[in-house]
Design a protein around this ligand. Structure first.
Ligand code: FES
Length: 82
């Protein structure tokens, strides 16, 4: 089951580095990550914001967010692929 990365498509476009990070993660882990684009996630004051599954990350730093996603992938893969 892929890890859902949920974000607002409008706000993400205003933060190209963050959007590029999301797209790169999905492209390099197509089986493990699913991008879920919303019209608005009620996070307009916290841009860029995203959710990893149900956990909310306001004003996300692209590099830190990527590290968090990769950490979770390693955890999931460690559990499911051992
Ligand atoms: S329009 Fe992007 S979070 Fe609301």
């Amino acid at each position: 089951m892929p890890l859902d990365l949920i974000f607002c498509r409008h706000c993400a476009r205003s933060r190209p580095n963050f959007l590029a990070t999301l797209k790169r993660l999905a492209a390099t882990h197509p089986e493990d990550i699913r991008l879920v684009e919303l019209e608005c996630m009620a996070a307009c004051d916290d841009v860029p914001a995203a959710m990893i599954e149900t956990e909310y990350f306001p004003r996300a730093n692209p590099r830190e967010f990527e590290q968090e996603v990769l950490k979770r992938l390693r955890t999931v893969q460690g559990v499911t692929r051992e």
